[in-house]
Design a protein around this ligand. Sequence first.
Ligand code: GDP
Length: 437
Amino acid sequence: MSGDNCFEILDKIFQAKNPQNIENIKGYTIKYGNIIDNNKNIVDEVLVSYFKAPKSYTTENMCEINTHGGIVVLRKILDLCLKNGADMAEPGEFTKRAFLNGRIDLLQAESVIDIINSKSEKEAKTSINQLEGHLSKKIHEIKQKILDVMVNVEVAIDYPEYDVEDATNEQILNMLDSVEVDLKALENSFDNGKLIKEGIKTAIIGRPNAGKSSLLNAILKEERAIVTDIEGTTRDTIEEFVNINGIPLNLIDTAGIRDTENEVEKIGVKKSKEIAKSADLIIAIFDSSKELTSEDIEILDFIKEKNVIIVLNKIDLKTIIDEKNEKLNEVSKNIIKISALNETGIEELYNCISKMFNLNEINVDNEIIITNLRHKNLISKAIENVKKARETLENSMPSDIIAIYIKDILEVLGEITGEEVTENIINEIFAKFCLGK
Ligand code: GDP
């Protein structure tokens, strides 16, 4: 519970073994006792942690009840809190209060949800860096650069009779260049940020029986996809996440791509093509123990513009096509030989993906990486404003017009950290949180 009345409410439902007046209980203290209902029956034996304003997550008075858990007891305790005057928290309300009360900025608040939703260590590390305030600090540095020059612009506006214009213009131009370099670096980091957050959208495609499901299974090392001898039974798509060098690989096993009259399969084929279109990476799998069929050629044809790794499967059988095959080489030089059945060659496949996306070079420890599309869009907008300000300057427009564009940059940056953000956007951001965070 968080807020002015939380200790009062706690008092009605908690019987400490060693009772003390709230004034005498220090923050960061844990007390042992029982939660009791209105009839003084014991609901559970608990530990209660006390946090006193302003030294708490929300900066308000807070207490946390640690119970043994289980649905019934949890509900009962929650019910007792509500009956005695507490309100149910909205999703993300604790973090929202921490933000509204000024303990953290919006960037840090948003990192909390990213930490919770992290699918890989790199993503978690990037989010923790953001919670620590690395990105906030960078944005503030950029803002400070702008503010420093703003002073000169204001002088030029207020005292046009002084001949400060030329010197000021050069200074502003230098500042704009320097700010643009900083913003561009952040904008560019989003390529990696997107990889870290969303993973590499990978479609496994190939004609029926090439071994798509078997490969997926070999990667997942568990039998989630149904492996079957009957052609065209993998009708729907299966999606899984695996980690490669700390980056999630979002694997999609598509239905066998081929011409078919069967209605259900047709939908699958269409979907396969669609997924292949939007994928960051295509793993095209072929049966190395058979000649390429017309279906294989059709597949090669529609993936040739994409990022493709060709996988020659079933190398445990007699080899009919190998990595020297011309048709394959025309589409991709990344050709890996595997046996999905025996789980050989999977490591080579991983290494190939790693190399293709420079995964080893993504350094989450020392670099500031943008992973959030909202931030990326605002940074792009700020860069646009920098360009407009420069144009204005180069066209010798009056200082007050330049000042407007410079203020726009500040405003956009303020939207990132939350100083200039509207209530709607705040609500939207916190609605994505889970309850109780
Ligand atoms: P999909 O239709 O592309 O998903 O293919 P499946 O994964 O269902 O595999 C089709 C058949 O090929 C199954 O009988 C698998 O056991 C077999 N298979 C898959 N990979 C290999 C492999 O590396 N070697 C051998 N010998 N058979 C394989």
